[in-house]
Design a protein around this ligand. Structure first.
Ligand code: NDP
Length: 288
């Protein structure tokens, strides 16, 4: 079996067009969704991610504000910047690009963001609400994966989903969102013994570990849907996922490529969360 390609770029584009239409109708009511991104220091990968977010939000018709702070910025000054954005009615989404320099407490900064503007879905209030099934901003990568599964007509209910990776931003929320959609969920991580025994049971296999081409055909059940979150460089410096695409696709019924799979969906869901925040502010009449 050769797996069908799950085209995250095309699905992301489709959703971005829907977002743009909703942005246009907000603009007709006199309001423009605003996304503020704080970038600390000069990490090149972070800079690239931030640039993509900026470009995408502008393309969607949103206002984009980039706040660049030096590597040496104090925690206090960063928190003050967040507080200012919390008060700014023209900003509906605030994102602090991670990782932050070591002298700054990331948890403290995330908790300083107004949960109503936490479009990354990292604030403990949003994480907690998500887990108990209340309306919340969902972490963009897992949310984007749910959309990929939905838009490709992948059945989730009753299926066995195996998640490799348990980070707070991808693995953990991913499992919860699938559980809410009635999947049976197994989490695997670096201490899991006999990893392949678990992954081979997966109808839906989601891999988010950050190790180039770690998951091979041997880990994949015939007919599985394989979602590769990883973004790594291979031995030639080329962007690649956590899954060895060429071999895994021979067993999968559908598989995401890297690049062009999960990545574009993550940014799309960031735009969607920002739009929803702006729509809420517009309905409540609290926005500039
Ligand atoms: P983290 O490093 O925070 O977490 C990695 C997880 O993988 C941990 O839970 C770790 O286990 C587990 N793990 C590591 N090695 C193994 C192994 N050999 N076997 C099983 N599990 C293992 O990474 P993130 O979740 O932040 O990111 C994962 C990947 O996804 C990265 O490549 C990242 O760049 C990419 N990414 C891509 C995004 C996109 O939009 N496409 C967005 C976010 C991330 P343990 O907990 O035991 O340490």
């Amino acid at each position: 079996m050769t797996g069908k390609l799950i085209d995250g770029k095309a699905i992301g584009q489709e959703i971005r067009e829907e977002i743009k239409q909703r942005v246009d109708s907000l603009k007709e009511k006199g309001m423009q969704p605003g996304l503020a991104v704080i970038l600390v220091g000069d990490n090149q990968a972070s800079r690239t991610y931030v640039r993509n977010k900026e470009k995408s939000s502008i393309e969607a018709g949103m206002k984009s504000v980039l706040i660049e702070l030096p590597e040496t910025v104090s925690e206090e000054d960063l928190l003050a910047q967040v507080a200012e954005l919390n008060k700014d009615d023209s900003i509906h989404g605030i994102l602090v690009q991670l990782p932050l320099p070591k002298h700054i407490d990331e948890d403290l900064v995330i908790q300083a963001i107004d949960p109503d503007k936490d479009v990354d879905g990292f604030h403990p209030i949003n994480v907690g609400k998500m887990i108990i099934g209340q309306r919340a901003y969902l972490s963009c990568t897992p949310y984007g994966i749910i959309k990929l599964l939905e838009r490709t007509g992948t059945e989730i209910r009753g299926k066995h989903a195996v998640i490799v990776g348990r980070s707070n931003i991808v693995g953990k929320p991913m499992g919860q969102l699938l559980l809410q959609r009635d999947a049976t969920v197994t989490y695997c991580h670096s201490k899991t013994e006999n990893l392949a025994e678990f992954t081979k049971q997966a109808d839906i296999l989601i891999v988010a570990i950050g190790r180039a081409k770690f998951i091979t055909a041997e880990h994949v059940k015939d007919g599985a849907v394989v979602i590769d979150v990883g973004m790594n460089r291979d031995e030639n410096g080329k962007l690649c996922g956590d899954v060895e695409f060429e071999t895994a696709k021979e067993k999968a019924s559908a598989i995401t490529p890297v690049p062009g799979g999960v990545g574009p969906m993550t940014i799309t869901m960031l735009l969607k969360n920002t739009l929803q925040s702006a729509e809420k502010a517009c309905a409540e009449g609290t926005s500039a």
